[in-house]
Structures are given as C-alpha cells and as structure tokens.
Design a protein around this ligand. Structure first.
Ligand SMILES: Nc1ncnc2c1ncn2[C@@H]1O[C@H](COP(=O)(O)OP(=O)(O)O)[C@@H](O)[C@H]1O
Ligand SMILES: [Mg+2]
Length: 366
C-alpha cells in the first residue's frame, strides 16, 4: 500500500457561508476523506468580508485585519479536523488554503484572496500552500475556475460524457467528454443572488430546500431581462464573482418593478438553472450525466428546474460518484496543494486561458 499523503483543504467561497475544511489522504487514485467539517464565520468577520467586496475608506487596513481574523478561524478549523481524525499536525504534508476572495479582476491582472497564510503556518505548525490563482492570472489566465483539473482527475470516464457543475455563490461547470479532454468556465450566478434576495426579505442566509422559491411563480419577462446580462453570452475563458453579481446589479435589474418577493425568488432560482442549462447545451452538447456539487446540491427547487431544462440528461449529486457534494471544492484545494508541493501544474490552460500549464500557489513552510 502507498504511504499516506495527508493534506488539509480549506475553502471559503463566494457565498461567505463559512469555512469548509477537509482532511484527506491523496495517495490513491481517489481521495479518501478522513475528516470534514463546516464552520460558520463569526458574524463580525463575515460583515467585514462583505464590506470588503466593494471599495471603502481604509480598506487596506480592514483587509489585512480581516485576513488575520480569517487565519485564526482557519487555524481553529485545522485543530478541530486533526482532533476529529486523531492525526498529528506533523503528519500533514500541507494545508491548501484558498482564502477569501474580495476582488476578482483578471482583466486588470489581479485577483485577491485574503487570509494570512504566514499566521496559519505559525499557528498550525503545518506548511501552507496559498494564493493559487495569482500565477495563472500572471500567465494571462482568468485564475478561475481552478477545480476543473481536479474534476478531470477524479471524475472523468471513458464511457460516459460527464459534466460537473459546482453551484456555490457563483456556478462553474467542467465538461468531461469521453475523449479525456476537459473544458470549463463560470456559467454565472449560483446562489449569490438568491442569498441576497432572501436575506433582504426574510432575513435568512439562504432559501433552505428552495422552499420559498417553490412557493412563487417565475416572472417570465424578468427572467428574459436577466438573461440579457452580457457575461452570459461571452465565450470562454471567462470567470466572474461578486465584482459583477452584487446587490447593485440586482437592484438595477429590479428598478421600477414591484414584483411579489416570492415570485422574484422563483425567478432568481430559475435564472441560475437556466444559465447553467444554457451553458451545458451550448458547450457540452451530448452530455450523458450532470453531477452537482456545492451548496446548490441541497436546493431541490433549483435541481428540478435544471432537470426540466435538460431532458434526457441524468442529474445527480457527486455523492453518486463517491464524493460528498459539500466537500468537493475543499478537497480540490488539498489536491492543488499536493500538485504544488510535487511541482506539478494545477491549471488547465484551455479553461483559464493562461499561456500554459503553471504550478499554482506559494508555500509558507511550517
Ligand atoms: N439546505 C440548503 N438549501 C438551499 N440552499 C442551500 C442549502 N445549503 C446550502 N445552500 C446554498 O449553498 C450556499 C453555499 O454553497 P457553497 O458551495 O458553500 O458556496 P461557496 O463555495 O460560494 O461558499 C449557501 O449560501 C446556500 O445558498
Ligand atoms: Mg461555502
């Protein structure tokens, strides 16, 4: 049996719903999940991170302090994981730490993920690999999405044309045709607009089980209007984030309208489903199966809308492929850290548009 390759993956995504932390053994062909846990971000830190999504006075100080706060939360998550698995810090090769995106502007040559990696290495005693996206951007790429390389490594199949759709704050797809090639891009909003809307109207973080959306009726002319967003028609490579799909975007779409809030919720859910389905039909025609991961996998209203738009294609969660949909992305960053340590490239140039394969991430030794 191969020696274990123990790594930790930490993901704090666009949704700002919390930290996904996994401890995995990556010595085999498929990742073995040894421990996993999700931790909510402290309310004050979450508020700071939301504030940092747009420019504000003294934002550099605020950003670096929030990065320190994140590092503390990451370190606590690591401690809890090690305890859960009964494993010592010294046995972990590295922590792959995505960080929290506060700007994603590849067109201006940068993307910023906060999180004080030095502090995390200091507190955990484990080497940290972070800043995965910058090198791809430096090579002319989008720096995103980065998960397709991992999806390809563990989900590609020679007999079934699979599409993996990660529905986080933003949604991204990975197309895995049977010929072994891989492509992918951000399709547009995942949960981010839905979360904004229910937060505003019901004060909740998300529409649990898609229940509120299911109580409303899709407003056809609003949906048609939302679908005119130019990002959707852009060819790949492309990536997006809260830089585009933010509260002001939504407010502008709804200005001078007075729709029933539940109907707007249904429409925003349909918008996510429709943009994903359109993307699959446009760039992954002939797919046999679509596997969903990310928090959107828990929204049956969204999934049934998606199913209705993709007749003849099976829609399932990545659990069917042996990987819990909640942990795919965090495992991907553990895998990317392993790639960095072994000097292997982590990007797919055809996905990100980078000039070539690049080793992603920087290493903060223990
Ligand atoms: N039970 C649920 N019902 C509906 N939506 C859910 C549920 N659980 C999670 N979600 C959605 O998933 C989001 C988190 O997804 P996640 O994959 O963590 O995104 P990110 O990578 O952007 O953090 C939540 O903000 C919420 O919108
Ligand atoms: Mg999340």
């Amino acid at each position: 049996m191969a020696r274990p390759q123990l790594l930790i993956g930490l993901m704090t995504g666009t949704s700002l719903d919390g930290i996904d932390a996994v401890l995995v053994d990556l010595s085999g062909a498929q990742p073995a999940l040894l421990a996993a846990q999700g931790t909510a971000l402290p309310a004050a830190l979450r508020h700071e991170l939301l504030t940092l999504q747009a420019s504000s006075p003294d934002e550099i100080d605020l950003a670096w302090r929030a990065g320190n706060g994140l590092a503390d939360c990451y370190a606590d998550a690591v401690t809890a994981l090690l305890r859960q698995a009964g494993i010592d810090a010294g046995d972990i090769l590295a922590i792959g730490n995505h960080g929290q995106t506060i700007r994603h502007r590849p067109e201006r040559g940068y993307t910023i993920q906060l999180g004080n990696h030095a502090q995390l290495a200091e507190r955990s005693g484990i080497p940290v690999v972070g800043d995965f996206r910058s090198r791809d951007v430096a090579a002319g790429g989008q720096g995103a999405p980065l998960v397709p390389a991992f999806h390809h490594a563990i989900f590609a199949d020679a007999h079934r044309h699979r599409v993996i759709v990660n529905i986080g704050g933003i949604a991204n797809l990975t197309d895995l045709p049977c010929d072994g090639s891989v492509s992918g891009y951000d399709t547009g909003p995942g949960n981010v607009l839905m979360d904004l809307w229910i937060g505003r109207h019901l004060g909740e973080r998300y529409d649990a089980g898609g229940a509120w959306a299911a109580s409303g009726t899709v407003i056809d002319d609003l949906l048609a209007q939302l679908l005119t967003e130019p990002y959707l028609a852009q060819p790949a490579p492309k990536s997006t984030g809260r830089d585009l799909f933010h509260a002001d975007w939504l407010n502008a779409q709804l200005a001078s309208r007075n729709d029933n809030p539940a109907d707007v919720m249904a429409t925003l859910t349909a918008y996510t489903a429709r943009t994903i389905a359109d993307a699959i039909q446009r760039t992954a025609a002939g797919a046999d199966d679509v596997f969903i991961c990310g928090g959107g996998a828990h929204n049956p209203t969204l999934l049934s809308m998606l199913g209705a738009l993709l007749p003849g294609i099976t829609i399932a969660s990545t659990a069917e492929l042996g990987v819990d949909p909640d942990w795919v992305e965090a495992i991907a960053f553990a895998w990317l850290a392993q790639r960095c340590l072994s000097g292997q490239s982590g990007n797919v140039p055809a996905v990100t548009g980078a000039a070539g394969p690049r080793v992603l991430g920087a290493i903060w030794p223990a």
